[in-house]
Design a binder for this molecule. Structure first.
Ligand code: HPA
Length: 252
């Protein structure tokens, strides 16, 4: 199996599949293996199939290592995000181009010293530039509107941000905010996996609007999840390779 989709909040399936539990040295990961015209694609619901795992308790290392051990080298992920960029409104799709990290208590690396070794990972392209381009190309070909690219601010959660925090995050270059993409993107890079994530805007960030009722996550994700899954699968059908990026040569 060479490709996988990681589903964020509101995206808990990408089609009928057989459920498997993959054991790793970091713990177990629960996955579906779906068959797309003879091509196997792994699907992993980041928060669990019933959304039972909060962002700070997700076993990111087990999830990414399980995909790696299955042979996966290309991953598309969906993330529910709040928008602090007036150009990106609820319901929009935003391709992540970079991140800012405000997480606090997460294991961010496989290289924890001792026998595990000490390595660093280059972050010139935190998200695979090839998968990002293929996604934009396929969206244009199929006529699926993509609002643009954006810098993702990762918070520890599970609380939302204060209005003062959002003012600060805008000042330092954030476009969207969520609670999960670090360390997921970092661990993918450590494993040499090509990884790209697309945000579905579910709300305006705190303080961006007077109306605080607009957190219709299921409705907003639900409105875009079929298009998004289709785009991911259509790119996977093109059998992407790792020779157009540096993702599997990023360890320092
Ligand atoms: N903040 C943090 N995480 C989120 C948000 C938000 O506004 N929306 C969806 N995930």
């Amino acid at each position: 199996m060479k490709t996988a989709i990681i589903g964020g909040t509101g995206l808990y399936s990408a089609g009928d599949g057989r459920q498997i539990i993959q054991e790793t040295e970091y713990g177990k990961a629960h996955l579906d293996v779906i068959d797309i015209d003879g091509m196997e694609v792994a699907f992993l619901a980041r928060h669990g199939r019933g959304h039972t795992v909060p962002p700070h308790r997700i076993n990111y290392r087990a999830n990414m290592k399980a995909l790696y051990d299955l042979g996966v080298r290309h991953v598309y992920a969906s993330v529910a995000v709040g928008s602090m960029n007036p150009s990106y409104k609820p319901g929009d799709l935003v391709v992540l181009s970079d991140f800012l990290d405000f997480t606090k208590v997460r294991e961010q690396t496989y290289f924890t010293g001792g026998e595990a070794g000490v390595r660093h990972v280059d972050m010139t392209d935190p998200y695979c530039k090839n998968l990002r381009q293929l996604f934009f190309d396929k969206a244009a070909e199929l006529g699926v509107p993509i609002a643009g690219s954006g810098v993702y601010v990762t918070t520890e959660g599970p609380r939302f941000e204060t209005a003062a925090e959002i003012r600060f995050m805008r000042l330092i270059g954030g476009d969207v905010v969520g609670m999960t993409n670090v360390p997921e993107a970092v661990l993918a890079k450590e494993l040499g996996i090509c990884y790209s994530a697309v945000g579905i805007v579910t709300n305006w960030c705190t303080g961006m609007t007077e109306d605080i009722s607009g957190h219709e996550i299921d409705q907003l994700v639900g409105g875009r999840k079929d298009e998004l899954t289709r785009l991911f699968i259509e790119v996977f059908k093109m059998h992407p390779v790792q020779s157009n990026c540096q993702c599997n040569a990023s360890l320092i």
